[in-house]
Design a protein around this ligand. Structure first.
Ligand code: NAP
Length: 291
């Protein structure tokens, strides 16, 4: 089937896929959609989309195929049903997954004559198509360049490199950082609650302190990259003592300190190796020792 150069296909009309398709339609791009539950296409069809009866027929309609499915297993399953249709297509997969999932799909795409670009979405469906949305891409630079005008409609795009897994490598690392912070936040609110302090009372002060503390991460990052941990302004020994106090206080308040114990372990192991005067950033070496 011939396609027009501005045609887009979206596979998967969950919360994200619908927002992506709506954005393309809003900007006048002919858009073909497919979803397992076809009823989710109704509003898009009313807005001008064409619904395809199968993933293969949807892929045949658009040179640029956006994949927004539940997880990489589902993405593989759905694409496998359309393997004969993907040759010559640009697959842009924004389904969350690990780096190896993205590399495996890129290899699958290459075997079937398609080009593959992976996208990590930093947005919620409501912000897709606004300046609050950003998407990091890696994989085929050709696809990124050829499709950039359409992809940029979704949010600020950044191309990271040719390794299809790179965008996911960044993504899972960034999300690990985020969940660590959320774990700390939840722990903090549980501790404050034992004194009758509401989460909404604590949070402005916590945010203020975090804003003051965030610049230290850039200093730590330079230390980690250089391997020079000799600036012990925030030393492992000092942090070990501080953390021990917080853990003991938490336990005395009846709040389990489970979010803090792994951090203490990383620090303790470096101190046991004789690095108590080194920067807190040296605790990252405990991960490396485990590798
Ligand atoms: N939503 C966000 O804010 C956001 C942000 C960044 C990244 N992401 C990632 O984007 C992807 C999609 O997210 P979402 O929010 O759109 O998820 P969602 O609302 O749960 O939608 C899941 C999609 O996967 C389809 N699906 C599930 N199981 C399937 C199967 N066995 N066969 C065929 N289709 C199947 C669903 O089809 P049915 O409608 O038929 O069930 C639906 O289209 C996820 O990997 C998510 O992590 C989401």
């Amino acid at each position: 089937m011939s396609t027009t150069p501005d045609h887009v296909t979206v596979l998967g009309l969950g919360n994200l896929g619908r927002a992506l398709a709506e954005t393309f339609l809003r900007h006048g791009h002919p858009t073909t959609v497919w979803n397992r539950d076809a009823a989710k296409a109704d509003a898009l069809v009313a807005a001008g989309a064409t619904v395809a009866p199968s993933a293969a027929e949807a892929i045949a309609a658009g040179d640029l195929v956006i994949v927004a499915l539940l997880d990489s297993t589902v993405a593989r399953q759905v694409l496998a049903t359309a393997a004969a249709a993907v040759a010559g297509r640009s697959l842009v997969n924004v389904t969350s997954g690990g780096p190896e999932d993205a590399r495996a799909l890129a290899a699958w795409a290459a075997e079937h004559g398609a080009q593959y670009l992976h996208g990590a979405v930093y947005a919620v469906p409501q912000t897709i198509g606004t300046t609050e949305s950003s998407i990091s891409y890696s994989g085929s630079e050709t696809v990124h360049q050829r499709s950039q005008s359409r992809l940029d409609l979704l949010g600020k795009g950044t191309f990271l490199g040719a390794d299809a897994g790179l965008a996911s490598s960044y993504d899972v690392a960034i999300l690990a950082g985020m969940y660590g912070m959320i774990g700390g936040f939840l722990h903090a609110t549980a501790m404050a609650a034992t004194a009758g302090v509401r989460a909404t009372e604590l949070t402005p002060m916590l945010l203020s302190w975090l804003a003051d503390a965030f610049p230290a991460l850039s200093t730590f990052a330079s230390e980690i990259d250089s391997g020079d941990y000799t600036d012990g302004e925030s030393s492992l020994a000092m942090n070990q003592a501080g953390l021990a106090t917080i853990i003991r206080a938490s336990q005395e308040l009846g709040v389990p300190a489970g979010t803090l114990l792994p951090i203490k372990d990383l620090i303790d192991r470096q101190i046991a190796d004789g690095h108590g005067a080194a920067s807190l950033a040296r605790a990252v070496e405990s991960f490396r020792n485990d590798a």
